[in-house]
Design a protein around this ligand. Sequence first.
Ligand SMILES: Nc1nc2c(c(=O)[nH]1)N[C@H]1C(S)=C(S)[C@@H](COP(=O)(O)O)O[C@H]1N2
Ligand SMILES: [Mo]
Length: 211
Amino acid sequence: MQRRDFLLRGAGFVGGMAGGLLLPAWARANAIPVFPEYYTYAGFYPKIDPQQYQLRCGGLIGKPRSFTLAELYQQSVQPEVYTFHCVTGWTVANVHWRGIQLADFLTELQPLDSARFVVFHSADGVYVDSLSLDQARAPGVLLATHIAGQSLLRKGGYPLRLLVPQMYGYKSVKWVNRIDLTAERPEGTWERDGYSSNAYIKKGFSWRDLL
Ligand SMILES: Nc1nc2c(c(=O)[nH]1)N[C@H]1C(S)=C(S)[C@@H](COP(=O)(O)O)O[C@H]1N2
Ligand SMILES: [Mo]
């Protein structure tokens, strides 16, 4: 890690604690915010070699496709600022993301008429979640490659994570390496435990309401 990055990360933490008011805007935009937890349902943080990485896309699309990280970075231009909500109650305010608008990416994949769901698989080999095509095409849903202007952290899903800003964090699959279009919705990792597949964030809503 560069010394500058290190300082900025530290500054981001302090800035976050103080509601971001102590830091000039440039420093806030450049500091990777600290998330209270970096979850790994699989029990480890996949270490992905950017040279080897491929995003494989298949199922009910025109033809199977595969994208290198360089190809994805080229398309990753959409900036979005969102507050991130985990269903357990923690939030991280005003996170600066950059990524590929999922709606555009899906257009490129040419879903067949029979396709109704988009399924996201993690390189951890375990974590899975899905969106309906309508949910996937909503504005702001990203295949995120960058946070605060830098590549994602390894524990934060490097090199690619889904970001569904309208929904609780469990929908935002980290280390995405496969996207399939399907006619049926497979059960997601948390849905198996009883959580709703429609995880829209609501004010004054507790995680218990989703069960
Ligand atoms: N592959 C994978 N993706 C995941 C998870 C996980 O355990 N494994 N946890 C989810 C949950 S519950 C949340 S709240 C967010 C948290 O993002 P973070 O781990 O970067 O803080 O990631 C989501 N994506
Ligand atoms: Mo979560």
